[in-house]
Design a protein around this ligand. Structure first.
Ligand code: DGL
Length: 273
């Protein structure tokens, strides 16, 4: 499969994450920008990022960005809260193309909460980051924010274990402190977690609002492409009928294609790097 093209706007948008979690964001991008070619990199060999140093994460992000730019990417989406917190500033200094990142949805959660108590589920790296401290400073002043690092949950999702008793027990354990504090709104601050949204909803109850930023990131990407005049111009004759979505992984798991297809929702074209 080849993304070489003489039309600059027909180059792919590249999306990456520490692993398969960013596929939750990719789905929103594909739904909002159905004519765009998409490349996705799951850095699963190095997942989770949540317990790595900022320097380690930056060097992973540089390696992946170099790979994706060599594949002709016209824009990069860092579909990972942890990587955004650790590396987005350095990436923007280093690369000359639009780079969209993401952060836990504290702002919409502060607008949505009725009782003023917000829970945040995220990785240790995100919760410890300066970016998260700045978010709290901006949007956490008039609300109570209860944070919980979900150690081990990303690994379950990487294995495709969305509904096992082990996964459910972890989620129960991590939601308990948020419920004990009375949170009526919970931020899914890691792109892996939307894949267990139903399990979380079952545990916390229907009345608790769950918020993630996948749709907002897709919107931001669309606006940025429009602003820079970089949208696909849909040269129907030159393009295949169905835009390509190509997945790359460095996972050594035999079932990597199966897990990616499970999360993507249909059989995925998966290559190994
Ligand atoms: N999906 C990621 C995030 O949004 C990273 C999870 C991890 O690798 O620890 O934070």
């Amino acid at each position: 499969m080849n993304f070489q093209t003489t039309q600059p706007n027909e180059r792919p948008i590249a999306v990456f994450d520490s692993g398969v979690g960013g596929i939750s964001v990719l789905k929103h991008i594909h739904a909002l920008l159905p004519n765009e070619q998409l490349l996705y990199v799951a850095d699963s060999k190095y997942a989770p990022y949540g317990n790595k140093t900022a320097q380690e994460i930056q060097s992973r992000c540089f390696e992946i960005a170099d790979f994706l730019i060599a594949k002709n990417a016209k824009a990069l989406v860092v579909a990972c809260n942890t990587a955004t917190a650790a590396a987005i500033d350095e990436m923007r200094l280093r690369y000359n193309l639009p780079i969209i990142g993401m952060e836990p949805a504290l702002k919409p959660a502060a607008a949505a909460t009725k009782n003023g108590i917000i829970g945040v589920l995220a990785t240790t790296g995100t919760l410890k980051s300066a970016q998260f401290a700045a978010l709290l400073e901006s949007y956490g002043r008039n609300v109570e924010v209860v944070t919980q690092a979900c150690v081990g949950l990303v690994e379950c999702i990487e294995r495709g274990e969305l509904n096992t008793s082990n996964t459910k027990n972890l989620i129960k354990q991590y939601c308990a402190p948020l419920l004990a504090e009375g949170a009526d709104t919970i931020v899914l601050g890691c792109t892996h977690y939307p894949f267990v949204r139903d399990v979380i909803a079952e545990i916390v109850g229907k009345e608790v609002i769950l918020i993630d930023t996948g749709a907002a990131v897709a919107n931001q990407l669309k606006n940025r492409l429009e602003l820079e005049n970089m949208q696909s111009v849909q040269l129907r004759d030159a393009l295949p009928k169905k835009p390509k979505v190509q997945f790359w992984t460095n996972s050594s798991a035999n079932n990597a294609k199966q897990v990616i297809s499970q999360l993507w929702g249909e059989s995925a074209d998966v290559l190994v790097f």
